[in-house]
Ligand binder design. Structure first.
Ligand code: ADP
Ligand code: MG
Length: 779
């Protein structure tokens, strides 16, 4: 049977996340073979010492530590399989790929260790032990599950991949000893890389295996076909890399709990699991010059070195932690060997390297190189993944993801409506608090104005404007005007403060809304991405299933046609073939049924997905609602700010007006004061003049009282003349009249002035009351 054989069942670049993936280092064991034939006859000495306690090999003064050391003073080689390879065989049954690499110079015992030799291969080597362990395990669990085994055996010779199990390749390769001129009757094996990074071998024979003997015969056949050429170092050692691959496929019935329906889902069918074990016998690692051969042999040596050089570079790139962290390029593509072993080194495989060394001092240089090389390989980190059936496990993964998403969506839905409710309540509370505060502020403001008035009154109680009550009241009202403009500015500050508070609280709310919106949007994005990916994935899966179904149906139709054809012929062979076909047909029918079931299942999952999409839509509507709220709030804030700005501008304008009027009134007041002062002075002067006149009048009156006496004196002595008396009386009367007229004039003037003052004061008080009314006018 020939098919595309895949060297790795799952790509290392995109391992399914739900499958168990662990990081583990490449394990390295050293196998020190004993001194053999030539070395003993040449009298070689051992140049390596092995610690019996720790897995260490010492060359000179340099100790090398490994995971295991076998041979010499180390553990017996018989433990190698149990300690290094048996866990890998176990891992195969859990779906883990594995690789065993034998590395070392020619003649160091690689072929002996692996068991790929024709001489002693079937007895001691690791591959024969792998076969025994594999079939023992299969025997013990075959009642639980179905198994399919395949083997392939290829070699890489001069950068060409050759199929060692191809029966059409002539066996005389070994006999004529010209492996460089192998004639293949068909095209050589091609290395292909699928888009998802899986390396496949196109054209390699994959032999289905039922028994251990069949597998052993494949190993034997391949080993015989393997190119070997004689060199100075080892007559039979191969200069090619040989890869013996065992593919183990398992089918086990699984019933899983459906996370969507919460019921036991029998539709999950069988769990398919596929893993590969590569057993690699590398070519000699020594340098070309040491093979001592020219021509064709040297050319082969160079090719060998190209593969091993690339392997060394890959190991260096992967083994250096710094380079690995920097994401340095790993040169897998530099050789066929490294391309084929891509997953075994730093990829999806559990890998063991067995470094084979010769203890002989003549090989010291190569032994040291091998130890250094192997030591570096210990740093390679692999990422083995259990290769479970992708459809089954991904279905499960998708279901889990879907359930998770649904749960999250539900939770989010609940949270969002709850949160909106909470926010509404908060807004209501804030609004009522705001109202309450505004009311209080209003009360405090009016109280403050009253208090200010009281203060003004109290302060001005001591101010003396004693002369006139009217004047005093006038000045008081003028002063209180100034105080009031101060009070107005206080009111303005309070108003500003209130505005700042309002803006602040609204800003906070806006921030809160923006934050919530951002959260919702990111949730939505996550949801969107998740659902979109799921949708695409399921659509792809549906298409794949449909395709598979169609292929199987086609196959069935073909078989039906063949059966019909065979029904026509009656010989016995045809009968047998017909039976076979009928059998196959039945199997195909069940396969179709299974596929249909799977498809139905997918449809169900798609429906569930639709539901989650609806929930996502709801979330979207909520986001829009929040956005609208946000816009509203922003508009409100803007409006409020605009209103405040307008109010402030009008206040400032009024204030300016008032100040102007205040200045005018002050000017008037000063003018009035000056006038008042002048009038006072006039009044004083007039009063003084009046006093003088009164005095004079009194004197005159006194003089008149005394005049009859004078007249009698004059009459008794020397009587005054009649003209003299009349003259003095007229003079006195004139004086009297003049004084009376002046007094009258002064009084008239004084009263006029008082009237003017009173009128002006009244006018000012009116003006001030009008201003006061303007300031307190509501906005
Ligand atoms: P390689 O494949 O590395 O070139 P081989 O496996 O062909 O080396 O071994 C070279 C020779 O050494 C063979 O004759 C083999 O029998 C012998 N040899 C290798 N390992 C051992 C061992 N552990 N015990 C005894 N003989 C060994
Ligand atoms: Mg060999």
């Amino acid at each position: 049977m020939e098919s595309h054989s895949s060297l790795s069942s799952s790509s290392s670049s995109s391992p399914p996340s739900s499958l168990s993936s662990e990081s583990c280092c490449v394990k390295v064991a050293v196998n020190v073979r004993p001194l053999i034939g030539d070395e003993v006859t040449q009298g070689c000495r051992e140049c390596v010492s092995v610690s019996p306690v720790t897995p260490q090999v010492q060359m000179g003064t340099h100790p090398f530590t490994f995971d295991h050391v076998y041979g010499s003073n180390g553990s017996p080689s018989s433990l190698m399989f149990e300690e290094c390879v048996a866990p890998l065989v176990d891992g195969l049954f859990h779906g883990y790929n594995a690789t065993v690499l034998a590395y070392g110079q020619t003649g160091s015992g690689k072929t002996y260790t692996m068991g790929t030799g024709i001489k002693d291969g079937t007895k001691n080597g690791l591959i024969p032990q792998v076969m025994s362990a594999l079939f023992n395990k299969i025997d013990s669990v075959k009642h639980q599950m179905g198994f399919q085994l395949h083997v392939s055996f290829i070699e890489i010779l001069k950068e060409e991949v050759l199929d060692l199990l191809d029966s059409s390749v002539p066996f005389n390769r070994l006999a004529n000893g010209t492996p460089g001129k192998v004639v293949l009757s068909k095209s050589p094996v091609q290395i292909r890389e699928s888009p998802n990074g899986v390396i496949t071998l196109s054209g390699a024979t994959e032999v289905p295996i039922a028994t251990k003997e069949e597998m052993a015969s494949c190993l034997e056949q391949g080993s015989l076909t393997r190119a070997t050429g004689s060199t100075n170092m080892n007559n039979e050692s191969s200069r090619s890399h040989a890869i013996f691959t065992i593919t183990l496929e398992q089918m086990r019935k699984i019933s899983s709990i459906s996370v969507v329906k919460d019921t036991v889902d029998e539709d999950m069918g069988e769990e398919y699991c596929c893993a590969k074990l590569h057993l690699v016998d590398l070519a000699g690692s020594e340098r070309a010059k040491r093979t001592g051969s020219g021509g064709v042999r040297l050319k082969e040596g160079i090719h060998i070195n190209r593969g091993l050089l690339a392997l060394g570079n890959v190991i260096s790139a992967l083994g250096d932690e710094k380079r690995r962290k920097e994401g340095a390029h790993v040169p897998y593509r530099d050789s066929k060997l490294t391309r084929l072993l891509q997953d075994s080194l730093g990829g999806n495989s559990k890998t063991v390297m067995i470094a084979c060394i010769s203890p002989a001092d003549i090989n010291a240089e190569e032994t040291l190189n091998t130890l250094k090389y192997a030591n570096r390989a210990r740093n390679i980190q692999n990422k083995p993944v259990a290769n479970k059936d992708l459809i089954c496990s991904e279905m499960q993964k998708m279901r889990q993801e879907l359930q998770y998403l649904q749960a999250t969506l539900c939770a989010r839905g609940a949270t969002s409506s709850e949160e909106v409710q909470v926010m509404r309540e908060k807004i209501m509370k804030l609004e009522s608090a705001n109202e309450e505060l505004s009311r209080e502020l209003h009360i405090y403001r009016s109280k403050r104005v009253t208090l200010d008035y009281c203060n003004i009154d109290a302060q001005e109680d001591g101010v003396i404007f004693s002369k006139d009550d009217g004047l005093k009241r006038g000045f008081e009202s003028m002063d209180s005007d100034y105080e009031m403009s101060e009070a107005t500015s206080d009111i303005g500050a309070a108003e500003e403060w209130e505005h700042a508070l309002r803006q602040n609280s609204m800003g906070k709310e806006l921030n809160e809304l923006s934050k919530r919106l951002e959260e919702k949007e990111s949730e939505m994005r996550v949801c969107g991405i998740g659902t979109e990916t799921i949708r695409q994935h399921f659509e792809k899966k549906m298409m794949e299933l449909e395709k598979e179904k169609r292929t199987v149906q086609d196959e069935r139709d073909m078989l039906l046609a063949e059966v019909e054809e065979l029904a026509a012929s009656s010989d016995r062979q045809a009968q047998v073939a017909r039976d076979n076909h009928a059998h196959k047909l039945k199997a195909l029918e069940t396969q179709i049924l299974n596929l249909k079931k799977k498809q139905e299942n997918q449809v169900e999952v798609l429906k569930q997905k639709q539901k989650s999409e609806d929930a996502a839509k709801r979330l979207k509507t909520e986001i829009q609602c929040i956005k609208a709220q946000k816009v509203q709030l922003q508009q409100k804030m803007k409006q409020e700010a605009e209103q405040f700005r307008q109010w402030k501008a009008s206040q400032e304008k009024e204030l300016l007006q008032l100040k102007k009027e205040g200045r005018k009134t002050e000017h008037e007041r000063l003018k009035l004061e000056a006038l008042n002062r002048r009038q006072k002075m006039v009044l004083q002067r007039k009063t003084e003049e009046a006093a003088m006149a009164t005095k004079r009048l009194k004197e005159l009156l006194e003089a008149r009282k005394s005049s009859p006496h004078d007249i009698s004196v004059i009459a008794n002595g020397q009587p005054p003349s009649r003209q003299t008396n009349e003259k003095s009386l007229r003079k006195w009367l004139d004086n009297e009249l003049e004084v009376m007229a002046k007094v009258h004039q002064v009084r008239f003037q004084y009263e006029k002035q008082i009237q003017v003052c009173v009128f002006k004061n009244l006018f000012q008080s009116c003006l001030l009351s009008a201003n006061f009314f303007l300031i307190n006018k509501p906005l």
